[in-house]
Design a protein around this ligand. Structure first.
Ligand SMILES: [Zn+2]
Length: 81
């Protein structure tokens, strides 16, 4: 357990990194947003095409590394440290 600060709502709480499937889910969400962010720069169609590889890549990477994702217990959003 470690004190972590949520970047979304600034809540500080004691949390454990997500593991396995939970980490992959968090990674897919975070990765999807990053991929969509890149895609938006390329237009609406790019946002869709960026979302899917972003989600897959994020999910795979987080499943393999599997120790950097947290879920905020206040705003319930996922974030990566
Ligand atoms: Zn939060």
């Amino acid at each position: 357990m470690a004190n972590v600060e949520c970047p979304h709502c600034k809540n500080t709480f004691k949390g454990s990194p997500l593991k396995g499937v939970a980490a992959a889910t968090a990674g897919a969400i975070v990765g999807g947003k990053v991929g969509a962010g890149f895609g938006i720069a390329g237009g609406p169609l790019g946002a869709i095409s960026g979302l899917i590889p972003g989600a897959i890549g994020g999910g795979v990477i987080s499943y393999l590394s599997s120790n950097k994702f947290y879920k905020c217990d206040i705003c319930t959003r996922y974030f990566m440290l």
